[in-house]
Design a protein around this ligand. Structure first.
Ligand SMILES: [Zn+2]
Length: 331
């Protein structure tokens, strides 16, 4: 039913899943760069389709797959389910009437202001991402991390400093903006983020009180004269090209990432504060996902090799997703 050659193919539908190489037919689970390519014909939820086109080109052909509305392809029925990772993010269920295969894409359980919470259908075969598949990656409760973020920012503002939050342009930055809006803190966003936020708002997600950061050096017209006082400035992760914003002094830098569970992350990223606000399932959520989907086989991808062992210890028939993965299905 599926085949893996560095990319996943749902064989009976002739559909490549989250392949970074251009494919005749490709399912795009969400619009992060490591999950998409310019496919000849793409399949995606309507929100992912809009973000995919925003990022890779308006003329791309996309068959929209709204959540929970099956389509037929080959001899299979394909249905998307919310993945809770970013706006539009979806899991894909492929069903031939006998076997149900669920591919999670990037996902997270629990609540979010900007993504529909994940729904987990039962399946026989589960292909799951396992980014945080090591027991030490247990995230504190979301409310606690949000409180810490807001407290850190309020303290910086009270001290006359500029809080600068580093986050991915798609997903995390919109979620943080919505979080800060609820705390009454206005946000200025890096122009690259602001473009994605505009697509979010066009798709009906209200992010609250935010504006693009418009200093000249950041690509805007305002020549650095924009009032920053009382705002949080959001910019890209430090690894990204063009993340620096001109005209900012006396900064408190904050990274929001699940990797903040590692004490070394703050130092590695060179920030003043690192907070574990994650858009990926943590270790307990990964195990909980396996329990709820209750599959007879699990294939793990995008994560540490040892997660397979943790699943096996928990009683699952689990394998790493490697090029031989197809064999166990057809033997
Ligand atoms: Zn992602």
């Amino acid at each position: 039913m599926f085949h893996y050659d560095g990319g996943i193919k749902i064989t009976r539908a002739g559909l490549a899943v989250d392949d970074r190489r251009r494919q005749p037919r490709g399912f795009v689970s969400h619009a992060h760069a490591d999950h998409m390519a310019r496919h000849e014909w793409a399949y995606a939820t309507p929100a992912t389709a809009a973000l995919y086109r925003h990022r890779l080109g308006d003329r791309l052909q996309v068959q929209p797959m709204p959540f929970g509305k099956p389509i037929e392809l080959g001899s299979l029925q394909l249905t998307t389910y919310p993945a809770g990772h970013c706006l539009g993010s979806a899991m894909l269920l492929a069903d031939d009437g006998q076997t149900r295969l669920l591919y999670t894409g990037d996902f997270k359980l629990g609540s979010s202001y900007t993504a529909r919470p994940a729904e987990l259908p039962q399946a026989d075969i589960l292909i799951m991402e396992s980014t945080f598949g090591i027991p030490r990656y247990r995230m504190p409760p979301r409310e606690q991390v949000i409180e810490e973020l807001v407290t850190t920012i309020r303290a910086a503002l009270a001290a006359g400093k500029t809080p600068v939050v580093h986050a991915y342009a798609l997903g995390k930055s919109q979620e943080v903006t919505a979080i800060l809006h609820r705390a009454g803190i206005p946000v200025l966003q890096h122009p690259k983020m602001a473009q994605v936020s505009a697509v979010y708002e066009k798709l009906g997600v209200d992010l609250g009180d935010w504006a693009p950061y418009e200093s000249k050096a950041a690509g805007g017209p305002a020549g650095g004269s924009q009032a920053v006082e009382g705002h949080v400035v959001m910019t890209l992760p430090q690894s990204a090209k063009g993340f620096r914003l001109a005209g900012l002094q006396n900064v408190v830098s904050i990274a929001v990432t699940g990797w903040a569970i590692d004490p070394s992350t703050q130092h590695r990223l060179g920030v003043d504060v690192a907070l574990p606000l994650s858009d990926h399932a943590d270790f307990d959520e990964l195990i909980e996902t396996a329990r709820r989907v209750a599959p007879r086989e699990i294939y793990c991808t995008h994560g540490p090799a040892e997660f397979v062992g943790h699943l096996q210890k928990a009683g699952f028939n689990a394998f790493p997703l490697v090029p031989e993965s197809q064999r166990s299905l057809f033997s």
